[in-house]
Every structure is written in structure tokens, then in C-alpha cells.
Ligand binder design. Structure first.
Ligand SMILES: [Mg+2]
Length: 204
């Protein structure tokens, strides 16, 4: 068994970061934490909304990366994998730099630093090796990597990954959909939280 996991919005959560960044720019009123989806809807509705949204994403995945939070239950899942001796690999579609980030932060290095801080590479926390983390520049390259690594399962928050023509047939497709907002149907299991994913893979 080798479980592949997406990074952004599957392991790392950005709701609070998006809310904070949007408030700091005066795009939304200071009303507490909204979901990333709600922030996007509000920002896109502003004048030049699409440009503002792109700039905000550049800031969140770059300069503000270290403020991202672990998705609830993801830590328990990773610990269970370690306890059971199950291989975990992270495969993420992430460019080196953001197109709309004036600071040109290295996004991959920022994500690795975040993982390091959370204990991903500590033998007594989640116990991954740095070499278990793969960043790819395009979605087709990501899917190729999933096949090449021989993943038995892949967990992702984006249906589009499973819909890639080259997504390997023999990999169990698990959609992590905490908002329950993904379209229904399709050849994948869907779960709204990590506990359910853990149960689905390992039993209770
Ligand atoms: Mg993702």
C-alpha cells in the first residue's frame, strides 16, 4: 500500500489565511474567518475582482504560507499511516513561483518549510522523507508522477485530477471535499473529513 496525498487544500488549509489577507487589503470586512470559497466569491465580485483574486492567491501561497493550518484530522491520518508502516507520498501541482506574486517567493521551498515545521520529516512525528514530497509544474505531470510512484490510493480535493486522461486506472480515487461542494457522481469516493478517509482505507 502506498498512499499519495495532494498538498494544497488537502493537507494544508488556507481559510484563515485567505480571510486575513483579504481583510488586510480591505477586500472584505473584518468579520472573522470565511472559507476560501466565500473569500473568492466576495473578492471576485469587486471591481477588477479577477485580478484582485489572483494577487491574493499569490500572497497566500507565497508570503503567508507559514500561516496555513493543517486540515483537521490530517495529522491523525498521517500518524495512523506511520503506525501501520504505510508508505505516504505527497504529490502536488505547484509551480516554483507564483505568476501574480510580486515578491516571487519560492512556493515549493515555502511549502517544504511548512511541512518541516509541522513535523512531516521528524522520525517521531509523521516520519516522511524529504524525497517523499514531489512538486510538479502541470497537472498531467502530477498524474504521471502518481503512476510512476505506484500509488495504490490518491487523496485530492480536486475532481479535475481524477479526470485527467492519464490518471492510472488501478489507483483508488478519494476526493477530500470538506465543503461538500464538489459535483456528485464520478468515479471516486468522496469524503468530507479525514476521519472518514481513515475509516474508508483502514476500517474502524
Ligand atoms: Mg489541492
Amino acid at each position: 500500500m502506498r498512499i499519495g496525498i495532494d498538498f494544497d487544500n488537502t493537507l494544508a488549509g488556507y481559510d484563515r489565511v485567505f480571510s486575513d489577507a483579504a481583510m488586510a487589503r480591505g477586500y472584505i470586512a473584518a468579520t472573522g474567518t470565511l472559507s476560501k470559497f466565500d473569500v473568492r466569491e466576495r473578492v471576485r465580485a469587486l471591481d477588477d475582482g479577477e485580478e484582485k483574486w489572483k494577487a491574493l492567491q499569490g500572497e497566500v501561497y507565497g508570503k503567508r504560507m507559514q500561516d496555513a493550518t493543517m486540515m483537521p484530522g490530517a495529522d491523525g491520518f498521517l500518524r495512523t499511516c506511520k503506525l501501520r508502516g504505510v508508505d505516504v507520498v505527497v504529490v502536488s501541482h505547484k509551480t516554483e513561483h507564483g505568476h501574480h506574486d510580486p515578491d516571487q517567493v519560492n512556493l515549493r521551498a515555502a511549502a517544504r518549510r511548512w511541512m518541516k515545521d509541522k513535523g512531516f520529516f521528524d522520525a517521531d512525528v509523521f516520519g516522511l522523507a524529504e524525497s517523499d514530497v514531489h512538486f510538479e509544474s502541470t497537472r498531467p505531470e502530477k498524474v504521471k508522477r502518481i503512476a510512476q510512484l505506484g500509488c495504490t490510493h490518491f487523496i485530492d480535493d480536486l475532481v479535475e485530477v481524477f479526470d485527467e486522461p492519464a490518471f492510472p486506472d488501478n489507483v483508488v480515487r478519494i476526493l477530500y471535499d470538506p465543503a461538500g461542494s464538489a459535483p456528485h457522481g464520478g468515479a471516486f469516493e468522496r469524503h468530507t473529513d479525514w476521519k472518514d478517509i481513515e475509516r474508508a482505507i483502514f476500517g474502524s
